[in-house]
Design a protein around this ligand. Structure first.
Ligand SMILES: C[S@@+](CC[C@H](N)C(=O)[O-])C[C@H]1O[C@@H](n2cnc3c(N)ncnc32)[C@H](O)[C@@H]1O
Length: 241
């Protein structure tokens, strides 16, 4: 059971909702509605780094049984069933007598792979989590694997983080023959993109074959080991060939 003071202290950083998500990755609820209107039920959604589950609970309240909701957190203390329910009750998204299915939660390090079957989601979303992932190219590959054929991923990820010093501001760095390959160019080669939202940038891609397969890991730096106030894991790659 999470201590009350801990729950409260972390809430601002772990309980962002759909409004904050949309500011970071665009109007993703419209994507859900488009699929529902086209007859897909349930729309299967995965949120990477769902924290206390506000986004999933808002969508549960809005779309009911027409949406199947799954969240991944690194550790149970980041948001388990009890924490998500408590957050939902406090926000008026769940009431004490509510017996409808709650979001399914899974736990683990995304860098080790996503604990889900191939082609099991229509939509993969994430806010304020990508920066913490190690093995970012592997995570890209894993997202593409769990997306269904016409699935879509939108991952909040600034290419250059404004609050980090220039040497470390680029958390996904790709080199080819001595030149930097901007992440947007790399994604575009594979049919993906970096797009702008009201608040920063996000990665947008579908079930792309070969995404990440052409990247060789060079080094990884947990920025907190340099300065405890710096957040993120910088992953450096070079292009094969
Ligand atoms: C700062 S919280 C953000 C939570 C929520 N998305 C929000 O914006 O309020 C970061 C989330 O990412 C998750 N996370 C961080 N590193 C992770 C990793 N390596 N694998 C899986 N989840 C991770 C944590 O469990 C936590 O839920």
């Amino acid at each position: 059971m999470i201590r009350d003071s801990h729950f409260r202290a972390k809430q601002p950083f772990r309980a962002r909702g759909v409004a904050e998500l949309s500011a970071r990755i665009g109007d993703v609820d419209a994507e859900i509605v488009r699929r529902l209107d086209a007859g897909t039920t349930p729309v299967r959604v995965l949120e990477l780094g769902c924290g206390y589950g506000s986004v999933l609970l808002e969508w549960r309240q809005r779309h009911g049984e027409r949406i199947a909701l799954t969240g991944l957190n690194r550790e149970e203390q980041d948001g388990d069933d009890a924490i998500v329910r408590r957050n939902g009750i406090e926000r008026g998204l769940v009431d004490a007598s509510d017996t409808a299915a709650m979001p399914a939660l899974a736990f683990g390090d995304a860098a080790d792979g996503l604990p889900f079957a191939d082609a099991s989601f229509d939509l993969v979303v994430s806010q304020v989590a990508w920066l913490y992932f190690g093995r970012k190219a592997h995570v890209l590959r894993e997202i593409a694997r769990v997306l269904d054929r016409d699935g879509v991923a939108r991952i909040d990820a600034d290419e250059i983080h404004p609050r980090l010093p220039p040497e470390y501001a680029r958390l996904f760095e790709i080199w080819h023959r001595g030149r930097l390959v901007p992440l947007g160019d790399y994604l575009a080669r594979h049919g993906g993109a970096i797009r702008r939202a009201d608040q920063g940038e996000y990665l947008a891609f579908g079930k792309l074959e070969g995404l990440g397969d052409d990247l060789l890991p060079v080094a990884e730096i947990d920025l907190a080991t340099i300065d405890p106030d710096w957040d993120g894991i910088k992953c450096i790659y070079r292009l094969r060939g």
